[in-house]
Design a protein around this ligand. Structure first.
Ligand code: GLN
Length: 467
C-alpha cells in the first residue's frame, strides 16, 4: 500500500486529514440532526411543519436507522465499484445536496416543500452510506497489520467526530432558532462542502494511493490478481465471524448509549434540577455533554492504548469493559429514580446525569473507535468496507430498539417506576453482556489468528498474504 510516510505525533499525516474531513462531515450531520425534530414540530407560522411530537420522533427514529443502514450498500460499492476515495467524494456531494435541499426556502418550493424535505433526507441517507464506512476504513488502511498504533489512531479520529458533534448543535442550532430553519440547514451543508474540498485538495498528497482502487480488485499492483475470485481461507472466515459477533454485541451497548437523545433527554427536562446559581439551563444543553467528554477523554484513552502498546487488553476485553461501564453508568440513574421515590415532583441533581454520561463515554471509547479499528484489522481486504457497513448497520438496529425501550417510560404517574425499571434493566443487561463477552474473549482472540499479537507476526510476511 503506498502512502505518504510523513508522520505527526507518531501517526501518518493522512490520519489528520481524515480527522478533519470527518470532523466537518459530522459537524454537518449532527448540526442537521440537532434541529431536525425541532423544525418538524415548530408551528407552520414560524416556518416549521407543525407536526406532533410523536410524528416527529417516529420520523427521527426511522431516519437515524436508515442513515446507518445504507453504509452496507455504500461499503459494497466502495469495495467493488468506486473505491473508498471516490465513494467519499460522491457521498459528501450527495449529503451537501441533501442539506441544501432541506435549506431551500419554503417560499420558493410552495406545495413541493414537503416532497423536497423527504428528497433531502433520502440524499442524506444515500450520502452517509457512501461516506461513513469508507472514511473509517481509510483510517485503518494507513496502518500495516499488527501495528499497535491502530486503536490509538481510531481514538484520535473519534475525537474529530466528536469535536464536530460538540460544536454543531451550538452553531447550527443557534442559526436555525435565532435566524431561520433553512439557514441552519445551509450552515450544516457548508460544513459538508468544507469536508469535500479538504478531500479533493489534500488527499493525493497525504493519502497517496490508498482507497483509490476498489479493494475487491486488489489494492496493490503486485497482488492485484489475487483478490477478486479467491474464496476466503478458514482463517479469514474466522475473522469475519469475529467481526459479525462483535458487531452484534455492540447493539447491546448502543441501545443503552442512545438513550441519551431520548429517555435521558426527557429525564433531564422533566425530573432534573438544572439550576446553576439561580439560572436554569436548557435541557438540550446536556446533549453536548457526551461529545465534550469524548473530546476530553479520547486523548487519555488514545494515550493509554499507545502507552500499553502490545500489552493493551484485546478488543473483546475492551468491548466487555464498555458494557460493564454502561452498567455502572445506569446504576447512577437507578439511584436518581430511587431518590424520587415515585414522586413526579421531585427533581434530582443534574450530577446524576453528568456522571452517567461520563461512564457512557468511557464505555463508548472502549467500543466505538475500537470496533472501527477491529473491522479494519480483521476484514479480508475485498470485504473491508462492506463489513464496516455491517458494523454501522448494527448501530441502525440499536437506534431503533433504543427508541422503543426509551418509549416504555410512557405517560403519567407511572413514569418514575417505569424509568427505574428501564434503567435497572439497562444496567443489568450491561453487566450480563459484559460478563459473557469476558468469557468469550479468549475464543474470539483465537479466531482473530494473531491480528492483535504483533510479536507473533512479521509485517513483511503478512504483507504478502494473498488477501
Ligand atoms: N458517534 C459516532 C459517530 O457519529 C458513532 C456512531 C455509531 O457507530 N453509532 O460516528
Amino acid at each position: 500500500m503506498t502512502q505518504s510516510t510523513d508522520t505527526l505525533l507518531g501517526h501518518p499525516k493522512g490520519l489528520f486529514l481524515l480527522f478533519g474531513t470527518e470532523m466537518w462531515e459530522r459537524f454537518s450531520y449532527y448540526g442537521m440532526r440537532a434541529i431536525l425534530v425541532l423544525y418538524l414540530i415548530a408551528a407552520v407560522e414560524t416556518g416549521g411543519f407543525g407536526w406532533t411530537n410523536s410524528e416527529a420522533l417516529a420520523l427521527y427514529g426511522w431516519f437515524t436507522m436508515a442513515v446507518y443502514l445504507t453504509p452496507v450498500l455504500g461499503g459494497w460499492i466502495a469495495d467493488n465499484v468506486l473505491g473508498q476515495r471516490k465513494s467519499i467524494i460522491l457521498g459528501g456531494i450527495l449529503m451537501a445536496t441533501g442539506h441544501f435541499t432541506l435549506g431551500t426556502p419554503q417560499a420558493w418550493l410552495g406545495d413541493a416543500s414537503e416532497s423536497a424535505f423527504y428528497i433531502g433526507l433520502i440524499l442524506l441517507c444515500c450520502g452517509n452510506g457512501l461516506f461513513k464506512p469508507n472514511i473509517s476504513t481509510l483510517v485503518g488502511d494507513l496502518y500495516q497489520e499488527g501495528d499497535s498504533r491502530r486503536d490509538g489512531a481510531f481514538t484520535i479520529f473519534y475525537m474529530g467526530i466528536n469535536i464536530g458533534a460538540a460544536i454543531a448543535p451550538l452553531v447550527v442550532g443557534y442559526v436555525a432558532e435565532v435566524i431561520n430553519w433553512q439557514l441552519g440547514f445551509i450552515v450544516a451543508g457548508f460544513g459538508m462542502v468544507i469536508s469535500v474540498i479538504m478531500q479533493l485538495v489534500l488527499a493525493n498528497k497525504y493519502l497517496g494511493e490508498i482507497g483509490v482502487k476498489p479493494s475487491a480488485h486488489g489494492i496493490s499492483t503486485e497482488g492485484a490478481a489475487a483478490a477478486k475470485d479467491t474464496p476466503l481461507t478458514a482463517e479469514e472466515r474466522d475473522r469475519v465471524k469475529v467481526i459479525v459477533i462483535m458487531s452484534v454485541i455492540s447493539i447491546v451497548f448502543w441501545v443503552s448509549y442512545e438513550q441519551a437523545g431520548g429517555l435521558l433527554n426527557i429525564y433531564a427536562k422533566d425530573f432534573t434540577d438544572r439550576h446553576i446559581f439561580g439560572w436554569e439551563m436548557p435541557a438540550s444543553w446536556l446533549q453536548s455533554v457526551s461529545a465534550i467528554f469524548v473530546v476530553m477523554f479520547a486523548p487519555v484513552f488514545a494515550g493509554l492504548w499507545t502507552k500499553l502498546g502490545d500489552k493493551q487488553p484485546s478488543s473483546p476485553r475492551k468491548f466487555a469493559f464498555s458494557l460493564l461501564l454502561v452498567g455502572i453508568g445506569f446504576l447512577f440513574m437507578v439511584a436518581a429514580t430511587m431518590q424520587q421515590d415515585g414522586d413526579l415532583n421531585v427533581k434530582v441533581s443534574v450530577l446524576y446525569l453528568i456522571v452517567t454520561y461520563m461512564f457512557l463515554v468511557f464505555g463508548e471509547l472502549c467500543i466505538s473507535p475500537i470496533g472501527l479499528s477491529l473491522v479494519s484489522k480483521l476484514a479480508p481486504i475485498k470485504y473491508l468496507s462492506l463489513l464496516m457497513g455491517v458494523w454501522f448497520a448494527c448501530s441502525a438496529i440499536a437506534n431503533k430498539v433504543a427508541g422503543v425501550v426509551g418509549g416504555l417510560i410512557g405517560e403519567g404517574p407511572e413514569q418514575i417506576n417505569n424509568a427505574l425499571s428501564i434503567f435497572a434493566g439497562l444496567a443489568v443487561s450491561g453487566f450480563i453482556a459484559g460478563g459473557l463477552v469476558l468469557l468469550m474473549a479468549d475464543k474470539l482472540v483465537e479466531w482473530m489468528h494473531g491480528a492483535e499479537a504483533p510479536t507473533q507476526v512479521e509485517h513483511s510476511e503478512l504483507d504478502q498474504d494473498p488477501i
